[in-house]
Ligand binder design. Structure first.
Ligand code: SF4
Ligand code: SF4
Length: 316
């Protein structure tokens, strides 16, 4: 039996999350991620993380939320839709992953999560906790799955009946929802609806999806265009499909993304300048133009040098 007071807390928090513009909100018990430990070990042992050496750090913290927030009891996961209505023109142009069209999502997601955290503190009960937006060693996909917000697609992404174009964020906190977790609501065991589909595996141009759910990041265009620091290995010549930053191929081909609805966040819209960029503009981009254009964008992660390296690789 779920304690009525716990049910009320859940209902109020979910309603506030939706009011803030989140697409979904779910709850999971803050406990050690045993199953994910084996996956993380497998991923690291096979060097699927490549140069992302930060993934080797804080191994225990990634798996144990109590090491991030002392006495934490609950992980609140949220999804924020970023599927754009307006696509950047691909004619005579390079491609950018949709998540990088507008303002860096960390900024927007963090603001909304902090507002939700404040709401819980003032309207529900005083809690201790922290908000996370891909900014600390947190396995955000694992928590969203545990909260029943979606299933794990064969492309390794969290997938929902409204697609996969969602940012994930969390609040790890001391909120007590014990009777809810004990009742093990069916919504916390969402069925995997990939079925026999293998479109993402077939469409991946670099064969980065080694097998269903297992992504070798070192072959993934997202990694090659953003995380890889040196030259892009020549074996990927002609395989980047014109992607300059990130890659959406395994999401675009997913039938569930046909059901995606457009986001309503003005800050995620591409700027006028980004919309008018063509290949020659990218090629002639100066460091100061890069800094100005991407000062609040996720694209700055690759730095000017990285972006020009990729342009050169695509064009040579
Ligand atoms: S993001 Fe692109 S390269 Fe990476 S797994 Fe998906 S399709 Fe392959
Ligand atoms: S393309 Fe098919 S197999 Fe891949 S994630 Fe989507 S539904 Fe699953």
């Amino acid at each position: 039996m779920i304690d009525k007071s716990h049910e009320n807390k859940l209902t109020k928090i979910k309603a506030e999350a939706l009011r803030l513009g989140f697409s979904a909100c779910g709850f999971s018990k803050a406990e050690f991620l045993e199953k994910e430990k084996r996956y993380l070990e497998y991923f690291l042992e096979n060097n699927f993380h490549g140069e992302m050496l930060y993934l080797e750090n804080h191994f225990e913290k990634r798996l144990n939320p109590k090491l991030l927030v002392e006495n934490s009891k609950t992980v609140i996961s949220v999804l924020l839709n970023y599927f754009p209505k307006q696509k950047i023109d691909e004619v005579d142009n390079f491609k950018l992953s949709k998540y990088a069209y507008g303002i860096d999502y960390h900024i927007i997601l963090k603001e909304k999560l902090q507002t939700l955290f404040q709401f819980i503190n003032t309207e529900i009960e005083p809690i201790e906790g922290r908000v996370f937006t891909d900014s600390a060693p947190v396995l955000e996909k694992a928590w969203a799955l545990k909260a029943g917000l979606g299933w794990l697609g064969k492309n390794g992404l969290l997938l929902t009946k409204k697609g996969s174009y969602f940012f994930i964020g969390e609040i790890i906190c001391t909120l007590n929802l014990d009777t809810y977790f004990e009742a093990k609501l069916p919504e916390n065991k969402l069925t995997n609806y990939c079925g026999t589909c293998t479109r993402c595996l077939e469409a991946c141009p670099t064969k980065a999806i080694e097998k269903p759910h297992i992504i070798n990041a070192t072959k993934c265009i997202s990694y090659l265009t953003i995380e890889q620091k040196g030259e892009i290995p020549s074996i990927f010549k002609g395989k980047l499909e014109n992607y300059l930053y990130g890659c959406d191929i395994c999401q675009d081909v997913c039938p569930w993304n046909k059901k995606a609805i457009f986001h309503a966040i003005a800050e995620f819209e591409p700027s006028k300048q980004l919309l008018t960029m063509r290949k020659k503009d990218w090629q002639n981009l100066t460091p100061s133009q890069f800094s100005e254009m991407f000062k609040n964008s996720a694209v700055k992660r690759t730095k000017y040098k990285g972006l020009m390296r990729t342009i050169h690789f695509l064009e040579a």
